[in-house]
Design a protein around this ligand. Sequence first.
Ligand SMILES: [Zn+2]
Length: 501
Amino acid sequence: MDGTIGSKALVKKTELVRVITDTLISLGFNNIATDLENLSGVNLLDPLIKNFLNLAKNKEWNNCIKLLEEEEGLQVRDHNTARFLLLEQNFLNFLKDDNLDEALHTLQEEMTPLGVEESRLVMLSSKLVFQDHSGDDNAEEVVRKLKKVFLPGVIVPEGRLVHLLEESLDLQRSKCGFHNVPDSDLSLCFDHHCAKSKIPSRTVQVLVGHADEVWFLKFSHNGEYLASSSRDKSAIIWETNAEGRFVIKHRLVGHEKPVVIVLWSPDDKQVITCGENEVIKRWDVVSGQCVQTYERVGVGSFSCGWLHDGSGIIGAMADKRIYLWNLDGSEVEHEQGQRAQKISDVVMTSDGKWIVSVGKEQDQISLFDRVTRAETVIQAGNMVTSFCLSSDNKYLLVNLVAEEIHLWDIVGEPGKVGEFIGHKRTRFIIRSCFGGYREKFIASGSEDSKVYIWKTESEMRPCLVLLGHGRAVNCVDWNPTDLHMLASGSDDRTIRVWGLE
Ligand SMILES: [Zn+2]
C-alpha cells in the first residue's frame, strides 16, 4: 500500500485508506471498516496507540502513564500535556476518595513540575482547598483530549474525509462566478459552476392590473405572494396559482392619494400601505379588507414600516417625526430624536433593536438604538432617495441622487464597503434590493426602463442589464424563497416577473 494515488501524486494510499476507514466507522459500517483494515494491511490506528487509548477509555490511568513513559513508539508530540491529562484524572480520583494527601502530592510533586496549563492547576488547587469532589469523570472527553497530543497524522481526526470534501465543495462555491443556486445543487459527483444564466433575466410573466405607474412592490416572506402599489391610489395583492403564475387576489382600494409603499407583516397575514402625504392603512390579506387606519390629524404620511414582531406600525410623518402605533391605532411613542424627511424610508431591524431612517438631513441615514436611545448617523455623502436593509440586518443599500448605490456594513461602526453605478436616476425615486444566494446580488430599477444587477463582491459595473419595460423602472424585489425570481415595477403600469433563461 505504499505510494500515492491520483495524477498530482499528492494523496498517499495509506492515508486514503485510513480516512476511508474512519468514514466507514462514522457511517456505522464497523465490520466493513475492519475488513478494509485486514485486506489492505493498513490500520486506522497503530496497535500501540490503540492499546493506549483503550486503556484510557477504561480509565486505567496508571497503565496509560506507564505506557507513555516506556514506549517511544507512541509518537507523542506533547509528552508533558499527555502526562498532565492522565495525572489530573488520578488527582480527581484521590479527591473523590478523600485521599487529600495523595491528591496534594500529585498536584504539587507530579503535575506542577510539568509546567503546563497553569490556569488548570489553579482551578484544581481550589478544588482541593474546597474539597470540591465534582470532577471530570468523562473518559470519552479525556480520550478526545489525549488524541490531540500525538504527532500530526498519527490520529485521523474524526470526520476527516467529510471535512475535506466539504472544503472542496466550499471552494468550488466560493470560486463560482455567478453563484446563485441552493446548496442542494452542489454534488460530489461533478464540478460546480454557475453561468450568468443562473441569474433571473427572462421575463416569465407581465402582470397587468394597475391603471397608473407602479411605485413599489414586495414579495411576501413565504415567497407565495407579491404586493404592489401604484400611483393609481391602489395596491394589489397577487398570489401564485397552481401553475405558478401570479394572479390578482385582492385590489386594495381606499386611499385617496397614490400609494407609495406596501409592506408585509412578519407572518404575511396582513399588509400596510402608505398613501402619499395621506394616511397609513392596514389590510387583512385573506379578506382584502382595510382593518385599521393610522393618521395624525392634519399631518400626512411619508412612509411606514412594521414593528419587528408585527405588534405595531411605524410611520414617518409630514411633521418630520417618526411615530409608533399599536395595531389598534393607539400611539406608543414618537421618536423626537429623528426627523422624517419627505423622501423617507423607515424600517425596524428584525431583532427590534434599531430603527433605520433618513436622518435630520437628507444626506444622512439614522440608526436609532431603541434601548439606549443613542443615534448613529451615517453621512451618505449625497442626497439619499431610498434605502434597503439586508435580511440579516448587517448591510444597508443606499440609493443616492448622484446615480450611485452605496453598500454599507452597519455592524459596529458603519463603513462603506461597495459602490455601484450604471443605472439612471434624474427625477424619480428609484429603489434597489438585495437578493439571490445569501443576498450576494443587488438589483435596481432605472429611469432608462432597464433593471440592473450587480454582484455585491464585485466591480462597480453591473453584471447584467434586463430589458423589457417600456418606461422607468421604479422598484425591484427579489423573491426571498426563490433565488431565481425577481420582480420589477414600472411607470409603464406593469410588473415584470423575471426567471431563468
Ligand atoms: Zn455556482
